[in-house]
Design a protein around this ligand. Structure first.
Ligand code: GLY
Ligand code: MN
Ligand code: MN
Length: 436
């Protein structure tokens, strides 16, 4: 992504904020892990989307029509001592030369400078409730201005969510964004293949996780987009299992939900495969059901399709399949109406994907489910999870958890599977695993 790409986005946002108003967006903070140690810094996605600036302690300000420049970046001043300990950082000059800010000020001077920028503005657009310090300061600054009304200074009268504007923009991916998402998906696919090839009974789940991280980093992605789920056997029935600490057993399946992040864009891929390299009959039957649902759902994707219709299709197919296999008993429509399928398929079919793994963007517009449009990226990830203590099914199904997840771009006439490189038919998986 080039500085000019961020500038284009700022111009779009600026136009929506409008003359006479102001927009504010804070960076992510540093977060302490334990004494003197921080978690690896991850910039706030909205802030990065508009600035490309990858430091904490920063605030971007947008003032359409401001004579001295519309885009102001408050950030840390360049500090030689800090450079010695932590490496180079942008400083006020860098904010202008590298990040195309029109003006930059020290973040330490925010309290002195920002109230002046709020003077006589009507609306303040900002992400309400995200940064409690900003929430607090903003109200203080506004109160301060109100007290000056005798000097013909007006305080802003409206606080408006900036997210609404930004998140609608982020929902539609540009060519430059898609390039990063393809790269994230392709490298994550390699990581899944490496994990499949190297997985053996007796290993610990975290050792398979290490194979994933190894491939992501060797291929140039510095971070996972979310903590990897590496869940052997019944651990896969815990949807957000991230302990990854059990030993793999040869007759179990292994569910891996993992994806890397490429310049702040995520991949989110799940595969489930037999640790031995060969599916048992019961595993095969359930796996094929989930795969059939996933393929049918993906096949639906094109502009104009209602997002929730695909979810409903997945429920109908899953329920029919579970009846056929004997996990559910009764009439399909009643089982759906009574939500009995939720015992085995309890999450939604997918979600938007982008800078955040569960990306931003409304799923409904004025109570109506959204229609898919070109440039949206979503996951399709049906799953079946039979809890180990489920007494309503015969023993062979218990403790099986299967999810298959791919990342799909809505194209002009259909779809593109960004994560297409990871094997997912039974035959492909068994062939790959037996190559060892
Ligand atoms: N990895 C989280 C999800 O699939 O939604
Ligand atoms: Mn997902
Ligand atoms: Mn996932």
């Amino acid at each position: 992504m080039k500085p000019i790409d961020f500038e284009k986005r700022r111009k779009t946002v600026m136009a929506q904020i409008g003359l006479g108003n102001i927009g504010l967006i804070p960076s992510a903070p540093d977060r302490t892990r334990n004494r003197d140690v921080d978690y690896p810094f991850r910039q706030d996605s909205d802030f990065y989307y508009l600035t490309g600036f990858n430091e904490s302690s920063a605030l971007a300000v947008f003032i359409p029509g401001r004579e001295q420049g519309e885009y102001i970046l408050f950030c840390r001043e360049f500090d030689e001592k800090k450079k010695l300990w932590e490496g180079s950082h942008s400083g006020l000059e860098g904010a202008i030369t590298h990040y195309l800010a029109d003006d930059s000020f020290p973040i330490d001077d925010l309290n002195d400078i920002l109230p002046g920028m709020l003077e006589n503005k009507h609306k303040v657009f900002y992400p309400m409730g995200r940064d409690s310090e900003l929430d607090h300061n903003l109200l203080e600054w506004i109160n301060h201005l109100k007290k000056q009304s005798r000097n013909c200074v007006n305080a802003p009268g409206e606080l408006v969510s900036l997210e609404h504007i930004l998140h609608e923009m982020r929902l539609f991916k540009t060519t430059a964004e898609l390039k990063l998402m393809r790269k994230a998906a392709q490298i994550s696919a390699k990581a899944h293949i490496r994990a499949m090839k190297n997985c053996k009974a007796g290993m610990y789940e975290y050792q398979v996780e290490a194979e994933i991280i190894h491939e992501l980093m060797q291929s140039g992605l510095r971070a996972v987009a979310y903590p990897s789920i590496v869940a052997g056997g019944k651990n896969a029935c815990t949807l957000h299992y991230v302990k990854n600490e059990s030993k793999l057993r040869k007759n179990d399946l292994l569910l891996i939900d993992a994806g890397g992040e490429c310049e702040h864009y995520a991949a989110d891929i799940t595969r489930t495969f037999p640790i031995s390299g060969k599916f048992s009959v019961a595993q095969k039957q359930l796996y094929q059901l989930v795969l059939d649902v996933q393929l049918a759902a993906i096949e639906q994707i094109k502009p104009g399709i209602v997002w929730n219709d695909i979810h409903q299709l997945s429920i109908r197919m899953m329920t029919t399949g579970l009846i056929k296999l004997g996990l559910l008993k009764g009439d399909r429509d009643s089982l759906i109406e009574d939500e009995k399928y939720k015992e085995f398929y309890m999450h939604r079919l997918g979600h938007w994907l982008g800078m955040d793994v569960h990306d931003v963007g409304d799923y409904k517009i004025e109570e109506e489910w959204r229609v898919l449009e070109k440039g949206m990226v979503l996951t399709i990830e049906p799953g079946v999870y039979v809890q180990p203590d489920c007494e309503t099914v015969v023993a062979k199904w218990r403790g099986i958890g299967i999810r298959i997840e791919d990342d799909i771009l809505v194209t002009q006439h259909g779809y593109e599977v960004l994560s297409v490189d990871v094997p997912k038919t039974i035959e492909e998986i068994e062939t790959l695993m037996q190559e060892n």
